[in-house]
Design a protein around this ligand. Structure first.
Ligand SMILES: [Mg+2]
Length: 320
């Protein structure tokens, strides 16, 4: 089990920012999951409000549900205990949230009593990355613990090197966002991308190469970023094609709203790309910078916005 080193008090804002940023991006993208960027633009214009889809407006999907299980593990165990986390994944599992077929099968194996380290498949999907962002804030002081915890939680469900490298890239991007944000420093895109790519190179060279394929990202130019990112990346359910555009949306944005609007506008696995960009943006700008109308619209009962804020408070009270 990996435990965090003490972090600055300000981390509550960044932990809750990463958690609710994940939920906001997830809920914003939910109604357009699987759509093309062109269809989203044609039907919704600039998608900047919570709309109903296969779930009610403001509902989160599997991405946030699994993130909540990670937060519960941090709150109850003080670190990333994978056996406990696997039980939380199962306890929180609601198929209606939109889990992939492999995860549905895996949950049945966990329910049948198989151990957490025997049920994963060799998937290169983005499932290990979509839920991991909060660990980047929790382990903000210690990069090696951060990376190790991200890989461990990924291995419960995904063991392919691309999935592991994607989870590592996502958690290290959130960690870097939290650290730069706390120092008031701008995340220079070129240096940021190279910093992350270099750290996942030894896990999977393909994922590092896909990060380095990042197009130019003129700050605040949504149209240019959308065109560049959709040309560079498939934005699909693979870790290698979903984590880089999420990072690009964050790096191109002037604020959290723009990061998430841009991320979901790319289409494809829109809820997950939105969730990952939201985690980075929330960690960088903090809870207070998330759009109030989105927080208001977020699902809140029984395990929604307020319960997640309470979990984040408990984690900070116990560990920071
Ligand atoms: Mg989802």
């Amino acid at each position: 089990m990996y435990c965090a080193l003490p972090s600055p008090a300000r981390s509550f804002s960044r932990l809750a920012g990463a958690a609710l940023g994940t939920m906001c991006g997830d809920a914003l993208g939910m109604p357009v999951e699987g759509w093309s960027a062109a269809r989203i633009a044609r039907v919704h214009g600039r998608l900047d409000r919570m709309l109903p889809g296969r779930l009610a407006a403001g509902s989160y999907t599997d991405d946030s549900q699994m993130m909540i299980a990670i937060l519960e593990t941090l709150a109850q165990r003080g670190g990333l205990d994978p056996a406990y986390l696997a039980r939380r994944f199962l306890a929180r599992y609601e198929p209606i949230r939109g889990y992939g077929g492999r995860i549905n099968a895996l949950m049945h194996r966990l329910a049948a009593g198989e151990p957490w380290d025997r049920v994963a498949t060799d998937s290169w999907g983005n499932g290990g990355a979509m839920r991991v962002g909060v660990l980047g804030v929790f382990f903000a002081k210690d990069r090696e613990s951060c990376r190790a915890a991200a890989l461990t939680q990924c291995r419960i469900t995904h063991t392919h090197s691309r999935a592991l490298a994607g989870a590592a890239a996502q958690v290290l991007a959130v960690r870097r966002a939290a650290r730069l944000g706390s120092k008031g420093r701008a995340p220079a895109p070129g240096r940021f991308v190279e910093h992350i790519a270099a750290q996942v190179e030894n896990l999977d060279a393909h994922v590092a190469g896909r990060l380095r394929a990042m197009p130019p990202l003129p700050l605040g130019d949504e149209a240019a970023a959308r065109e560049g990112l959709t040309r560079a990346y498939a934005c699909d359910v693979s870790a290698a094609e979903a984590v880089p555009p999420a990072l690009g949306a964050f790096l191109a944005a002037r604020d959290p709203e723009q990061a998430m609007v841009l991320a979901v506008s790319l289409g494809g696995d829109a809820d997950t790309i939105g969730a990952m960009a939201g985690a980075m943006a929330g960690a960088y700008w903090g809870l207070e910078a998330l759009p109030a109308q989105w927080l208001e619209a977020l699902e809140n009962q029984p395990l929604g916005r307020d319960a997640v804020l309470e979990l984040c408070r408990n984690i900070c009270d116990e560990n920071y």
